[in-house]
Design a protein around this ligand. Structure first.
Ligand code: 3HC
Length: 690
């Protein structure tokens, strides 16, 4: 372990270096060390200025999140910052890596900030359902003005060093490899030139013009209403910045504290903090340690240039990994490559990508109709129809074509990876890599581990997922793996309730109000009823709509009719079909209030999640949550189905499911594992299958 704090002196400048791996989080020991060092420097007669810097990979990455929710030990972050700000010697923060949250706030309490060009700075607390609670909402607007501060703090996105220099957050850039020397020289020069000991808190020039300007805040609220829906933190952040403009510093910082504490006690923030750690857990596999060897993936092969294959391909192209894309016919290949280009070009139109970057990405693609062309691929991902015999045929061929050591993966959503693996001569090299549609956008990647999948494949997939910016979740083989399996029951219940006479519009509204972007019927219409209804062997509302050429938004509407602005109204024809199907099946009609609708839709998801844990399909309850958040946009401030169930109370969920079971049948039978957790007080979000 490095020394936590070192104190050195050069040219009359004290250099305080904190080194607390991995990210110099501002835990109690670090705060104490900073205070001690600043007090020492204050007394040090040979020192005119102080440089505060960090060792390791980054400047302070923020408050220590693991301390949240526990009693705080003095010196608190605020007390530490007071000591820095009150320093009798001129202070300079010397920044590398990411100065985030409390780290950024620490830098803002120094008189000057110097950073290397690769450094970033920002206030990401909003991602934890919090606000910067150590003066960030008060000091940042004083440096950058109100509009930029509103954007930066409510988005949580860090800015790079050049932007920070432009905005006046950084005062100077250092040489990339000479931060320490440049910072000392800078501090020395500031003292020698009698530069003022600027306290950011005293600056009014950038905020004065916003005094009494309510509009700037209200317009910001209106503009972002959709984005902020359901989250508590953005509104509190806006209130803090209003206070920064309107109140004297001491009063507004007290207001910041109050609004911070309010968030700290909220379920929304507890959920988001849980998600922060849960996301970092998913790559940890008990029997596959991080030092398990990985295979080198220099070239990828993708079979199938349809919607999924194309999306999967884009992930690799964007990461600079060459892809051999295989289709059966030239037409299908041209169509697939054309869609990839079109998708990239739409990113250019949205300003997210340059045309040069598009050409670079497209340069990595090698389209072909020859399966044999996959002979040099290190990883081959099959993304063809969900039909076992087709998959087996392909994997049989791959066993002969692929080079030794190549990974053979299937993007199947439901099928048995072990059966697919058995069709090759190398089942240890076979795994599932299950992407979520649209595959170039949705962040979830389910890594499916077969009976014989070798451990180095799993570690390779974990490392690879980071490279293509996906969040990996490991699943054992089981119908639908994790996310699809637990979420499918919601769709089934939505359909059942509609047949029982509950309006699809009410069902969609309840789900929207819970925090999803849309309800199940809106989603069916968006995805396409032909896609949803494809596997149906029985007469369903979706299959009847398709029979009338109503495919959803893409053709003639579905459950809803759409006007030219895509405004939806419930379709009278769809309602007639629902009634017709319900009558034919003799479904009893019910009425249900919003609470019951929500319970009918989401408690079965919780129940299915409990089964997935019990069957050892998922390693952790929190992995299920991450799969639902990253694969199905489960609202992050609910923490996912398992965390949410814990907040509702497992007792209550079991009792309600039992009641539904009596009324509607075995689809609701509580899983014995759920009953066991409810009885023992174990929380689903904390379950770990070792
Ligand atoms: N507190 C405690 N642990 C932290 C932490 C923090 N603020 N930030 C990161 N860690 C831990 C991670 O959990 C992880 O632990 P593990 O190895 O045991 O899983 C380890 O540090 C490394 O983190 P990453 O895997 O995320 O490493 P990366 O290099 O990918 O990213 C990072 C580094 C950009 C600093 C990223 O970790 C990050 O974004 N951290 C959170 C930053 C943040 O939100 N800061 C604000 C905190 S709240 C605050 O400051 C409130 C204040 O206003 C009062």
């Amino acid at each position: 372990m490095p020394e936590l704090m070192t104190y050195e002196r050069e040219y009359g400048v004290a250099i305080i270096t904190i080194d607390s791996p991995p990210v110099n989080a501002l835990g109690h020991a670090v705060r104490s060390a900073v205070v001690e060092a600043f007090e020492k420097a204050a007394q040090d007669k040979d020192v005119d200025a102080i440089v505060l810097t960090c060792g390791g990979r980054t400047f302070f990455a923020g408050a220590d999140i693991t301390e949240f929710g526990k009693p705080m030990k003095s010196p608190h972050l605020g007390e530490m910052l007071d000591v820095i700000e009150a320093s009798p010697k001129l202070t300079v923060a010397a920044i590398h890596g990411t100065a985030l949250g409390g780290g950024c706030e620490t830098a803002l309490c120094c008189n000057y900030r110097i950073a290397i060009p690769s450094a970033k700075i920002g206030l990401p607390e909003v991602n934890l359902g919090l606000l910067p609670g150590a003066g960030g909402t008060q000091r940042l607007p004083r440096l950058v003005g109100v509009p930029i501060a509103l954007d930066m703090i409510t988005s949580g996105k860090p800015i790079n060093a050049n932007t920070a220099l432009d905005y006046g957050v950084f005062d100077k850039l250092a040489d990339e490899v000479a931060l320490r020397a440049d910072a000392v020289a800078y501090a020395r020069a500031l003292v020698d030139n009698e530069a003022p000991k600027v306290r950011v808190r005293d600056r009014e020039d950038k905020i004065a013009e916003y005094k009494g300007n309510i509009e700037v805040f209200d317009n910001f609220r209106k503009k972002n209403a959709r984005k902020f829906r359901g989250f508590k933190a953005p509104e509190n952040i806006i209130k803090c910045i209003e206070a920064a403009v309107e109140l004297p510093f001491d009063e507004s910082i007290a207001r910041e504290r109050e609004l911070f504490m309010e968030l700290m006690g909220s379920i929304e923030s507890a959920a988001q903090r849980y998600v922060f750690f849960a996301e970092r857990q998913t790559a940890k596999v008990p029997d596959v340690p991080n030092d398990t060897p990985t295979r080198d993936i220099k070239r990828v092969g993708v079979i199938g240039a349809g919607t999924m294959g194309g999306g999967i391909t884009m992930n690799f192209l964007s990461a600079g990994v060459p892809v051999t894309l295989v289709e059966q016919t030239e037409e299908a290949l041209d169509r697939g490559v054309g869609v990839i280009r079109k998708n990239y070009e739409s990113s250019v139109r949205k300003g997210r990508m340059s045309m040069d970057a598009v050409e670079t990405a497209m340069g990595f693609i090698n389209p072909t109709t020859e399966l044999e062309a996959l002979g040099d691929a290190d990883l081959i991902i099959e993304a063809v129809f969900e039909q076992m015999d087709i998959k087996k045929e392909i994997f049989g061929k791959l066993g002969k074509i692929a080079k030794d050591g190549a990974i053979l993966a299937s993007n199947t959503s439901y099928l048995d990876i072990d059966e697919i693996a058995a069709s090759t001569n190398r089942p240890q090299d076979v795994m599932g890599l299950h992407f979520f549609s649209p595959a170039n956008i949705m962040p979830l990647l389910e890594i499916v581990r077969g009976e014989n999948t070798s451990k180095d494949l799993i570690n390779t997939a974990m490392v690879l997922s980071k490279k293509i910016r996906k969040t990996p979740v490991l699943s054992r083989v089981g119908h639908g793996f994790i996310a699809n399996r637990v979420m499918t029951v919601r769709g089934k219940q939505a359909n059942m309730m509609a047949l029982q006479g509950v309006s699809p519009a009410d069902i969609d509204r309840v789900i929207f109000d819970y925090g999803f972007a849309m309800g199940p019927f809106q989603m069916f219409d968006l995805v396409g009823l032909d896609v949803i209804g494809r596997d149906a062997n029985e007469k369903t509302v979706a299959s009847e709509l398709v029979a009338r050429d109503r495919l959803g938004q893409k053709k003639n509407g579905g459950y809803y009719d759409y006007d030219e602005n895509r405004k939806a109204t419930l379709s009278p024809l769809a309602m007639d079909i629902i009634k017709e199907v319900a009558d034919e099946k003799g479904v009893d009609q019910i009425s249900a209030d919003d609470d019951e609708i929500l319970a009918r839709l989401l408690y079965p998801v919780v129940n299915e999640g409990a089964k997935v844990l019990d069957e050892n399909i998922a390693i952790r309850g929190s992995d299920i949550d991450i799969a639902c958040i990253k694969g199905y946009n489960w609202p992050v401030y609910r923490g996912g189905p398992m965390f949410w169930a814990d907040t509702v109370g497992l007792d209550k969920i079991v009792a309600t499911l039992s009641d539904f079971e009596k009324r509607f049948g075995e689809a609701f039978t509580p899983s014995p594992f759920l009953e066991k957790c409810a009885a023992s007080g174990e929380r689903l979000s904390q379950v770990v299958n070792e």
